[in-house]
Design a protein. Structure first.
Lengths: 417, 223
């Protein structure tokens, strides 16, 4: 039985017998890597590719979108279904959902896509979702891939309303990924759609990256082990869940939504627990992970009790912090600071945003420097300099990076190419 | 119309010759099992989907290629492909047209009808019902999702690339096409493409009035 593994990694290895105290902890969820016999077991895919072809997509963006769509059609097999929907101010089901027996049929249709009009994003999603729903495969993965370079400016445009509707469909087994292309798309809307859609979020600056993105998405779909993943953290009397650094979407006070589980992946959830003095061997909390198996639709659950060594506080105070945990928590903090920087930007307060970013860098500078930390610092330096001459782009990248705490986010660096 | 189609069937097989429009329609209609109207053929010709007919005096004449094109276009359109998507496929050489038609015949064209007759899973029903409720919720902006014939005859922007309804709005995969409009939550109007809608103005008002009266009668008879 292939199952994820829950591990607790406290920042320091013990809690104090006298309180009160704040205990910082990383919960890691590790999934086994793809074993050799798995490729043949890849679930069949039931996809709708929904392509924005409003006026702003004209030129190279659309030409790459066509190219990437052709790539996608070429990668699927007759076990999979694909529908292609385009939208500008009107929605067109270019190819209704059908098995990919002959990629040429799709390719000919894709070649006819041209650009013009406004962005009826919600209508486009709805038409794509209907194509997938018409052919809903209870034993496969059903997903809408929404590609847009614009703001929704036709039909339903409110991002909370759209996200709520997307979430409703997620609960009915059809997920949605949101891919924003270029500099004009609404990153908040697309982020909300991917979050509500239990899918992937991507911010693509060059249309050339689209084919890589689709490859990433297909690999992700092929290696999905669990969808609609919920982490439940129940503390025992006395202990209090003070903070979840990832700022995960919540379905109840103790239930947090995690991204899809994929083979060979490790998710880290940073939490802060407020505790009184603790007794040895006393359970602090119980953490349950539940997910839906994409093949069978069954929900599975895994529970682990959190128990930590207890020592007098003088001893706890001198314990070394676990560097690996400190680094991961710092990254989660950095993503949160990004969200706060965006809020400051939206208030028109550029200097407050800058202060947030500086705070991230200070925290990262205090860590043992390695490649990962260096990369994160260079991302921050880049955003600071971008804030001065292109705050819009800086905001887009900040949003995308901040979502890494709670979503599967495509990053160019993930690609070998 | 149907009678003349049957009569002209005799001309169909084996003749490489030229046919008149009626013969073309009859041969295509026979093979497809649906009636094709002259209007449809003219539309396809105007849109460049089938080659322009030749001339025999003042009479338009069609050949084998026109027949193949027409068969392919209708077969693909019945599977829900839009005309824009079909256009490049219908522009192929005769051999390729034939090959495509053969391919289409192999897996029976049940894909579209599967949507309406499949004893689908509970989950599928639920997802479709949910999406349907989303569509009904937003009647004012539903038009672009759905049919276009009504739109084009009511003075709204011309259906630039929307000669066919999106399949999301199609209520039946049968040969005559229906356009579906949501008027209010839970209330839909289904319009056949054959319905003739009077132009905007007094005549349209009177027509609408008659519909309202008819609906009122229906409702009170059900009370």
């Amino acid at each position: 039985m292939i199952s994820p593994e829950i591990k607790f990694m406290p920042l320091v290895a013990a809690v104090a017998s006298e309180g009160p105290q704040l205990v910082e902890l990383l919960i890691t969820i590790k999934t086994p890597s793809h074993s050799k016999d798995l490729p043949s077991k890849r679930p069949s895919l039931n996809l709708a590719l929904v392509i924005d072809c409003s006026g702003s997509m004209a030129g190279s963006k659309l030409s790459y979108a066509r190219k990437a769509a052709r790539y996608l059609a070429g990668e699927l097999t007759e076990r999979d279904r694909l529908a292609i929907v385009t939208f500008d101010d009107e929605v067109k089901v270019l190819v209704p959902s059908q098995p990919v027996r002959d990629p040429l049929l799709f390719i000919s249709a894709i070649n006819t896509i041209d650009a013009g009009g406004c962005t009826a994003l919600f209508d486009g999603w709805l038409a794509g979702a209907t194509q997938v729903a018409n052919q809903l495969d209870p034993g496969g993965i059903n997903r809408v891939l929404l590609l847009s370079d614009g703001q929704a400016n036709e039909g339903l445009t409110d991002s909370n309303a759209i996200a709520a509707k997307v979430r409703g469909l997620t609960q009915r087994r059809i997920s949605t990924s949101a891919f924003g292309l270029g500099l004009g798309f609404d990153e908040d809307l697309m982020g909300a759609v991917a979050t509500a859609g239990d899918g992937t979020f991507a911010q693509i600056e060059s249309p050339k990256q689209l084919a890589d993105l689709y490859a990433y998405e297909l690999r992700g779909l092929a290696s999905t082990l669990g969808r609609m993943v919920i982490l439940e953290i129940k503390t025992n009397p006395g202990a209090q869940l003070q903070d979840v650094l990832n700022d995960l979407p919540q379905s109840s006070e103790s239930n947090f939504q995690l991204p899809n589980l994929r083979y060979g992946q490790e998710l880290g959830i940073g939490i802060g627990l407020f505790m009184p003095g603790w007794l040895p061997n006393k359970e602090i909390a119980s953490v349950s992970l539940s997910w839906e198996n994409p093949d069978s639709g069954d929900r599975k659950e895994l529970t682990k009790k959190l128990v930590l060594p207890v020592k007098p506080h003088e001893e706890v105070d001198v314990l070394d912090v676990d560097c690996e945990v400190a680094e991961k928590l710092a990254f989660l903090h950095a993503n949160r600071e990004r969200r706060l920087a965006i809020e400051a930007l939206d208030r028109g307060n550029l200097s407050a945003a800058m202060v947030r970013l500086e705070a991230i860098d200070e925290r990262l500078a205090a860590l043992p420097q390695n490649e990962r930390v260096q990369r994160e610092r260079s991302l921050i330096t880049e955003k600071m300099s971008l804030l001065r001459h292109d705050p819009g782009l800086s905001r887009k990248r900040l949003r995308s990076e901040s979502l890494r705490s709670s979503l599967n986010v495509w990053e160019e660096v993930d690609e070998d190419s | 119309m149907a009678d003349s189609s049957l009569l002209s069937l005799a001309v169909a097989d084996g003749s490489p010759a030229h046919y008149g429009l009626v013969e073309l329609l009859a041969m295509a209609g026979e093979r497809l099992g649906e009636e094709i109207t002259p209007r449809t053929v003219r539309l396809y010709a105007t849109e460049g989907l089938i080659d322009r007919p030749g001339k025999d005096g003042r009479r338009a004449v069609y050949g084998q290629r026109h027949l193949l094109q027409l068969l392919l276009i209708r077969s693909l359109a019945r599977r829900g492909l839009s005309l824009t998507a079909i256009a490049p496929l219908a522009a192929c050489s005769d051999e390729e047209l034939l090959e495509q038609l053969l391919q289409l015949e192999e897996p029976p064209a049940h894909q579209v009808s599967r949507e309406s007759m499949d004893p689908s899973s509970e989950e599928q029903q639920e997802a479709l019902a949910y999406l349907h409720s989303l569509q009904s919720e937003r009647s004012p902006s539903l038009l672009p999702l759905l049919g276009s014939t009504l739109g084009s005859s009511s003075g709204s922007p011309p259906p630039r690339r929307s000669l066919f309804p999106r399949s999301a709005g199609r209520s039946s995969a049968a040969s005559s096409r229906w356009y579906r409009f949501s008027l209010a939550p839970g209330v839909e109007l289904h319009l056949s493409e054959l319905a003739s809608i009077p132009p905007a103005g007094k005549r349209r008002e009177a027509w609408l009035q008659r519909l309202v009266t008819r609906l009122r009668e229906q409702l009170s008879s059900n009370d």
